[in-house]
Write a protein that binds this ligand. Sequence first.
Ligand code: BES
Ligand code: ZN
Ligand code: MN
Length: 516
Amino acid sequence: MPTFDVSSASPTDVVADLLMLPVFQGQRPGPGVEAVQRAMRADLMATLKEHRVRGKVGDLFTLPTLGRTKAKAVMLVGLGPEREAGPAAIRRASLKAARAAVKFGSVASTVGRVGGSPEESAQAFAEGMALGSYRFDRYKERPVDEASQEKPKLRKVSVLTDGDRSEVRSGIRRGSVYAEAANWARDLVNTPALDATPAFLAEQARTMAGERGLTCKIWTKGDLQKGGFGGILGVGAGSVNEPRLIELTYKAGGASAPIGLTGKGVTFDSGGLSIKPAEGMEWMKADMGGAAAALATMRALAELGPAANVVAAIPSAENLPGGSAIRPGDVLRHRGGKTSEVLNTDAEGRLILADALAYLSEKQPRLIIDSATLTGAAMVALGLDIWAVMGSDRGLIQDLLAAGQAEGEPGWELPLWTDYRRHIESSVADVKNVGIRWGGAITAGLFLREFVGDIPWAHLDVAGTAFVEQGTDYWPRGATGSPTRTILRFIEEQAERDGGSEATGSGRARGGRARR
Ligand code: BES
Ligand code: ZN
Ligand code: MN
């Protein structure tokens, strides 16, 4: 991750390898462009026109300054139509620009200066830059940069401002915490299952918690047996890598009931005895994307300190078809006593989440959020850019959708159609783990609902969004960190709403983020 600083230097005088300046659709100059044009004695907007670069979101055009500014090169970054240009366009454009800028060591920019709220715009810019400069090269003998003999990767980003530095500073801080958390989730997801075992995730959580002052309790196999976590144990039974339950607590909200958080942590999903086809199975190392997002959310909360209480219970198991694996037809007894009939060992995520949801419910949280790479059906329904949400509470779902929208991680609601409960009625157990083929994301949601009780709850199916198989202009092949930033923003906004009404909070200084 690059380091960020705020500078009041002018675009023509700032020393940097690259100066990133915004332009709007129709070759309209953004902040700093006119001064740089004068210094360069060139009409950059006419140059854009000549090269048919319109200034749509993510359009990029880089040229050398030939010594006419103190920056060595200029990158013009499209933000789309001027009146729509705000945090969403900034985040998206800088995500792409950062990927194009990795070979520059230092960047200075006015891109985060566009839009109505300096804090939100700065956050979006920092997020875009930090997410866009992510790379996963830990498993290369030499880092990618060195191998391709490029210049060192993006080290420093200066945000050029002519206004209130403290708002910009707090936006940058929030944006880099958000992005750093998401990038950590990406690291966890991208790490091969050979290394990223349930014990590894637990150790990562323990270290993270220790460094940031979160309470951490790791439930090992023996603890899970004593506690009656039959779902986690069942799914983990076919692997020599024993399952875990990772429990993390964040407390800064006085005596208020906590928010419950969980996420699917299947470190590898072979399907178990209901084994998956070989093609594409390598991606099932990413089947702990929901768990990674929950861990990363806890990490960022500890860094940002919103006035909230949050308890996370994150189940992790490896789904392999070893000699002691569960079989189709087996019945598992979950935490709290409900049983499920396993008709397909590849519908394993819901089995481990059932235990975690039941356990969280015992704590009487004010609400529960789970996220999981749960079903191919959610991908069929909504594609690769949009997560699915289902749940029992209208307001919670709306708030999560709004948080996702604001973070550029969009979701869409699927109905938790209670009539479909009949598809998971079992003749031998309380519920069975698969329904019919159609509406598979919904029957998975209905399965989870059985274990939540009457606590307001929302389930995010992120099978499509947690990783990308084919890289795009915005995301390289691999993990995205989705839905870390969505959940994080939801919790921060929830804390802010509470702080406004109940005044439980510690009175942190916080520039007013738009409240709905
Ligand atoms: N982890 C998969 C879902 C998945 C598929 C996530 C592709 C990301 C990409 C999940 O455990 C699974 O196998 N689901 C089955 C459920 C079925 C057996 C009811 C599915 O969606 O096919
Ligand atoms: Zn799975
Ligand atoms: Mn599966």
